[in-house]
Write a protein that binds this ligand. Structure first.
Ligand SMILES: NC(=O)c1ccc[n+]([C@@H]2O[C@H](COP(=O)([O-])OP(=O)(O)OC[C@H]3O[C@@H](n4cnc5c(N)ncnc54)[C@H](O)[C@@H]3O)[C@@H](O)[C@H]2O)c1
Length: 448
């Protein structure tokens, strides 16, 4: 796998054998894309029921439009199957893609155990001359400083001699993966320049997007983290500003709508916090790199603190609204509108909604949940509601935590059926003047 001509020949003859380790949210669509290009692809995962479902033709990612058809096609023409048996598959593969999870632990320390475990396994079973590509989000230097030595550990394999490695960090948006895989540019970085070219030719065969050559693996991973952490910091910046604008009676939405007319202002919006499988973790990954290298990333550190404080501000707004009504939050019933970490996706990983719910419960409020993506489901120990219309007369207050499109359609008059008529909007959806006209006790995060 270190000769461009040979790789191109094996791509064109469709004889290149591909294995994707970790076939979750990102790995499965990746594997399906490789299979769709005509390459025989096998997905490896430790999740037995996922593997079973896939092999019995059940597509697990219902909220990824377009991939259900690709899945049916590649299963039917036997270009794709799944297994838990890494030991049998890896030695017979030329290309091994790793799309393993890179979460963090409860102390916000990045957890690379899945990658480390698989790297140690590869050390024993990888066939000489194979190419490993890491798609997972990792810190700059993780390939050079850790993966290479873990894969070399058994003594059978030596990087740049009989095994090769590179990265192509994944940057797709859940719910839009097919769109992103066919439109967004990708970064490619190899352990040497030749491997970068080879990875580029492989991805070029599968994806019709711009492939940006990076000088090495660590630079590619630095770009991936820089883009996401940029977002985390900018959300923190506007969130912190919005706290001050509230005190000044300035509407942050009006500020941002006007500010974004300036040619070099890139708008971000404040809110109840930043969750999801990427942004918070990516900031802590860079902070971990800073610690490792004796560097100081104080802006990222402050940004995290601000974003993690925002759920508490939602509670302050709620308590303030209850005070205006001369009502106690204790024993009140509060409806949480939206638990997903961002609009229009079914995903509650690290969602600020969980923190808000726990804080409300600590204040002895009874919490109800309505989320169009989680109907009649057990979420954070609460069975979510099926139907929004029926709930209003049973609640004292509602808090919009996620800016789902469905919530933009709710007529304000519906909130009038609530007992205390308290509406807290943390996502800039409701116009404060309209809320006033509707006689609601309204608090809008950052709305002055
Ligand atoms: N989900 C996103 O929005 C997104 C976007 C861009 C990048 N990423 C990155 O992509 C990577 C994968 O994320 P994901 O969201 O697909 O995760 P995921 O949890 O959906 O999928 C990971 C899969 O790996 C499997 N797995 C875990 N340990 C394993 C092992 N030892 N051997 C084989 N399989 C194993 C799990 O069972 C799971 O099916 C992460 O680094 C993440 O940061 C995710």
């Amino acid at each position: 796998m270190n000769n461009v001509e040979d790789v191109l020949n094996s791509l064109n003859s469709k004889s290149l054998k591909v294995c994707v380790v970790g076939i979750g949210r990102i790995g499965l669509p990746t594997a399906l894309s490789f299979a769709k290009s005509g390459l025989e692809t096998i997905g490896v995962d430790i999740n037995e029921s996922l593997v079973q479902d896939i092999n019995s033709g059940k597509f697990p990612l219902k909220d990824e439009p377009g991939y259900d058809k690709i899945f049916n096609d590649v299963i039917k023409n036997k270009k794709f199957s799944a297994t838990t048996d890494i030991e049998n598959i890896v030695p017979n593969s030329d290309l091994i893609l790793l799309s393993l999870p890179t979460p963090m632990d409860e102390s916000n320390v990045p957890d690379y155990s899945a990658l480390r475990n698989v790297a140690m396994k590869l050390s024993e079973i990888l066939s000489p001359n194979s190419l490993v590509i890491v798609e997972s989000t990792i810190e700059p230097g993780f390939i050079e400083d850790e993966m290479v030595s873990l894969i070399s550990e058994s003594g059978r394999l030596k990087v740049n001699e009989n095994f090769f490695i590179g990265v192509c960090p994944e940057n797709a948006n859940p719910g839009e993966i097919l769109h992103d895989f066919t439109n967004l540019p990708r970064l490619v970085g190899g352990i040497n320049k030749n491997i970068t070219k080879i990875i580029k030719s492989i991805y070029n065969f599968v994806f019709s997007v711009e492939l940006i050559e990076m000088p090495n693996c660590k630079t590619a991973n630095a770009v991936k983290l820089t883009t996401n952490v940029f977002r985390d910091i900018n959300i923190a910046f506007v969130s912190e500003l919005s706290l001050m604008f509230e005190k000044l009676g300035i509407d942050t939405n009006i500020v941002l709508e006007a500010a974004k007319k300036k040619y070099n202002f890139q708008v971000h919006y404040p809110g109840s916090g930043v969750g999801g499988p990427c942004l918070p973790i990516n900031s802590y990954q860079l902070l971990n790199t800073a610690k490792r290298t004796g560097s100081n990333l104080s802006i990222i550190e402050s940004g995290r603190k601000i974003n993690e404080k925002m759920p508490e501000h939602v509670i302050e707004l709620t308590l303030d609204a209850f005070q205006e009504c001369n009502k106690s939050i204790k024993d009140s019933t509060i409806l949480i509108l939206g638990v997903s970490y961002k609009p229009n996706v079914k995903d509650i990983q690290l969602t600020p909604a969980e923190i808000i719910i726990k804080k409300l419960q600590k204040l002895n409020a009874n919490v109800l949940i309505y989320d169009p993506y989680f109907k009649s489901t057990n979420v954070f120990g609460i069975k979510s509601e099926e139907n929004l219309e029926d709930i209003f007369p049973n609640v004292d207050a509602a808090i919009i935590v996620t800016g789902h499109d469905e919530f933009k359609e709710i007529e304000l008059s519906k909130f009038d059926h609530m007992n205390n008529k308290i509406l807290i909007d943390t996502r800039g959806i409701v116009n404060p003047l309209s809320a006033k006209e509707a006689n609601l006790v309204f608090r809008g995060l950052g709305r002055g």
